[in-house]
Design a protein around this ligand. Structure first.
Ligand SMILES: *Cc1c(COP(=O)(O)O)cnc(C)c1O
Ligand code: SF4
Length: 336
């Protein structure tokens, strides 16, 4: 193979195996990490409401014996979730108001978001869609056609965002069908895929997926979702490199999370690591006030102080935009 050829990517079966072999039992995760579960017991209610799901490859990047590990904190169903907190609600973004067709959210001018998949490869405890009604928004193909008719009928829509759940948790057949349907709409110039798969199950970046993305008529952007530099190991770096070589624009969004990445040193290390893998930082979200996530909350003052430190130590292109989502606004609200 000539040196300029992109790497072939991983065979398709590997990622399917990883996706069907997730850690779902908190005891197993605690044992694997040599942690005493009595120190931070998993909450029964928290688990029933949003079960534990962790890919093994992600668990392997956690530090053994460390309850404060930034990767573990993102997935551990802590009993503290069960404390009710005023102002933290199931649907703080009022997404139900912007849902004109099943599976389609149209909030901002020029772009629509498709809930392309009803599930994820990992359950992040801070997730703002943890109580989203996926049953109402898991369209069959006939309903997807309604969503595509909606996009076809509005020439102002230039970008289609595949979100979820995680669109790359779909099999290649379904993904190809979605991408081909979007390719058939002339005024759509960009397809954007929001996904955590390249980070949590890097084998997902298979040769087949790369070929599919390379063959897209539209410009393709992949927004990965990485909160801490420790999430990026050699297989993740290789997956990102092959996406880059396939002509995909790579961006990252993070959520600012107490106990995970709420300090300038961690975020600056993340930006630098991302850049070395051809990924530019995009958004840093102030977490939405979703029920069960108060223990992740960072105050606006603390967030602004972190941002000022980041601005002082990083080149401008490595400083993410601190944003918050305010329902009813024409765009995400830029905080700094
Ligand atoms: C965040 C979001 C988008 C994308 O917004 P950008 O600022 O373009 O990244 C689009 N639609 C919905 C419903 C969103 O929540
Ligand atoms: S991968 Fe994204 S949508 Fe899925 S649980 Fe995590 S934050 Fe939520």
């Amino acid at each position: 193979m000539p040196a300029s050829m992109p790497p072939a990517g991983q065979p398709a079966e590997l990622w399917q195996e990883s996706l069907s072999d997730l850690i779902t039992d908190p005891r197993e995760l605690a044992d694997f990490l040599q942690l005493d579960q009595r120190l931070d017991p998993a909450g029964e209610q928290a688990l029933a409401q949003f079960p534990l799901k962790v890919p093994r490859a992600f668990a392997e990047r956690m530090e053994k014996g460390n309850w404060r590990d930034p990767l573990l904190r993102q997935v551990w169903p802590s009993f503290t979730e069960e404390r009710e907190a005023p102002g933290f609600t199931a649907d703080p973004l009022r997404e139900r108001h912007y849902n004109p067709r099943p599976g389609l959210l149209h909030k901002y001018r020029g772009r629509v978001l498709l809930i392309a998949a009803p599930h994820c490869a990992i359950h992040c405890r801070y997730c703002f869609r943890r109580e989203f009604d996926y049953r109402e928004n898991s369209p069959a193909r006939a309903e997807w056609r309604e969503a595509f008719d909606y996009i076809r009928g509005d020439a102002s829509i230039e970008e289609v965002i595949l979100s979820g759940g995680d669109p790359l948790a779909l099999g290649d057949g379904q993904l190809r069908w979605l991408l081909e349907s979007i390719a058939g709409i002339p005024h759509v110039t960009t397809v954007r895929i929001h996904t955590r798969l390249p980070v949590v199950i890097p084998e997902r970046v298979s040769g087949e997926l790369l070929a599919m993305l390379r063959g897209c008529r539209q410009r393709v952007a992949v927004v990965i979702h990485c909160n801490h530099a420790q999430e990026i190991d050699a297989p993740v770096a290789a997956a990102l490199k092959s996406l880059h070589r396939a002509g995909v624009s790579l961006l990252n969004q993070s959520v600012l999370l107490q106990g995970v990445n709420d300090d300038a040193a961690a975020l600056s290390a993340l930006s630098k690591r991302l850049f070395s893998e051809n990924v530019l930082p995009y958004y840093l979200h102030l977490p939405d006030r979703v029920a069960g996530t108060r223990h992740f909350a960072v105050t606006l003052e603390a967030a602004e102080a972190i941002m000022r430190e980041l601005q002082a130590c990083l080149p401008g292109y490595l400083v993410p935009r601190l944003v918050r989502e305010d329902p009813g606004k024409p765009a995400k609200t830029r905080l700094i």
